[in-house]
Design a protein around this ligand. Structure first.
Ligand SMILES: Cc1ncc(COP(=O)(O)O)c(C=O)c1O
Length: 446
């Protein structure tokens, strides 16, 4: 990775004009005076007597304390004072101990060049979000106007389409394969514009590119380092932001020995966009949904301070903050584990059974690429033009459920021969049986 950084450092670092990326709504957001007081209070010693804010008295709440048993370990104990804090309002960036733990982790995993920048230059900043979905939705609302051209590689996560499409933007599909977005196709699309126009007011040059770099949902595709580097260079040339939505980062299937994992600075994976971000033009969303709990709703945004600040102003005006209780619960767990323990406990589920999946019953009727990360297998059914009816009607009758691929396309009614299979919940036997049933259906339909 240091080589990669050196290559990028040879190019002059661009100074970003963040104001030109903001929608009018985002630019108009102002800090909430009450929320500022909450942040202040959060950083003050307990001796502070606060008559400010509108915090209710936690002595009147019914919950007293909690003890949560952790698998194979000690309990997380919330005594009365901690429980009172857990039940109370907290700052909109996230609770300080969780934020600082995550900032340290991001720095060790990605070594972002922006960590040492000044605020105006786009210093790396973070905030906690209620799942990465909240982060994505707020990022899109901050950056995307009606009529804007937005680049992404479809098929893509339907939650992204659900957040982007109502904004009235024009989604431009960049071709992709099992190694993710294809830079040559991106270059060809961008040739429609003159890079010199990017900064001009009213220019239609895309200002945002969205991608899922690891274990893509639904495709399972993971982007190579070389491709990321090419995409980043194009982002510099045409001055657009990259939204790196990476909830499957910690689910990369690569065999590494446990001694490697205990050295927590040793990353076995391809460098992230964040790690090559010399200009500070990457907004990265991380999630604990796939590794700690999806119901606790904890995600993170990492990106240039001037942009993360805008998202936090939106949080101030909407959810105010992610649940203090769940943040404290996760923070306690992470502090108990330590960064090395986190990686050791959470990394890499080698789904050997599934990755070597090639049941005889299926090879004649379908095509797929084994994913290198994530939870999904993207399967093309041979001889089927559109999987919608096959899955939603006939497969249900046979008691097997998958997602018809069309829902991940920009135009969901376009015929799509793919289905998405999730391999995170079922046993190898159940997976085998599901594919046997599906294979029978395909043969009947052929
Ligand atoms: C690519 C992608 N991004 C974001 C999310 C949202 O995750 P969460 O809000 O649970 O962090 C998902 C969930 O499936 C996803 O697949």
């Amino acid at each position: 990775m240091s080589n990669l950084r050196n290559v990028l450092h040879l190019r002059p670092i661009r100074s970003m004009n963040y104001a030109r990326f903001l929608t009018a709504v985002s630019a108009a957001r102002k800090p909430s005076p009450i929320r500022i007081l909450t942040e202040l209070q959060q950083r003050s010693p307990p001796s502070l007597i606060s008559l400010a804010g509108g915090a209710p008295n936690p002595n009147t709440f019914p919950f007293q304390s909690a003890s949560i048993k952790v698998k194979g370990g000690e309990a997380l104990v919330m005594d009365e004072p901690l429980m009172k804090r857990a039940l109370q309002y907290s700052g909109s960036y996230g609770i300080p101990e969780l934020l600082s733990w995550m900032k340290d982790l991001q720095k060790s995993l990605h070594n972002p060049p922006t960590a040492g920048y000044s605020s105006e230059r786009g210093q790396m900043e973070m905030c906690v979000t209620t799942g990465s979905q909240e982060g994505l939705c707020k990022i899109f609302e901050m950056l995307v106007n009606s009529g804007d051209n937005v680049l992404l590689d479809a098929p893509t996560y339907s939650g992204t389409l659900a957040a982007l499409q109502p904004l009235g933007c024009n989604l431009i599909n960049v071709a992709s394969d099992q190694h993710g977005m294809i830079p040559a196709d991106l270059r060809k699309i961008l040739e429609r514009w003159d890079p010199a126009d990017a900064q001009k007011p009213g220019s239609s040059v895309p200002r945002v590119l969205y991608t899922i770099p690891n274990g893509g949902n639904p495709t399972g595709a993971s982007m190579t380092c070389e491709r990321k580097q090419e995409v980043y260079e194009l982002a510099r040339k045409y001055d657009f932001l990259i939204i790196e939505d990476d909830p499957y980062y910690f689910l990369q299937f690569q065999k590494v020995s446990s001694s490697d994992l205990s050295l927590y600075s040793q990353r076995p994976w391809a460098p992230t966009f964040l790690s090559m971000d010399v200009d500070s033009r990457v907004l990265r969303t991380d999630s604990f949904s796939k590794i700690l709990s999806s119901g606790l709703r904890i995600g993170f945004i990492t990106g240039p301070k001037p942009l993360v600040e805008r998202v936090v102003l939106h949080i101030q005006a909407s959810t105010m903050h992610t649940s203090t209780f769940t943040q404290l619960m996760v923070s306690q767990l992470l502090h108990n584990w330590g960064p090395g323990g986190f990686l050791k406990n959470k990394l890499i589920y080698i789904l050997d059974g599934f990755l070597s999946f090639s049941p005889v019953c299926f090879v004649d009727v379908a095509e797929w690429h084994p994913p290198m990360a994530g939870m999904f297998l993207w399967i093309k059914l041979k001889g089927i033009k559109d999987t919608q009816q096959l899955i939603m009607e006939r497969a249900l009758e046979k008691e097997v459920l998958l997602v018809p691929g069309g829902v991940f396309n920009i135009n969901s009614s376009d015929p799509c021969p793919y289905v998405r299979a999730a391999f995170s919940l079922s046993t190898p036997q159940q997976i085998d049986e599901a594919f046997r049933r599906l294979a029978d259906l395909i043969k009947d339909a052929m």
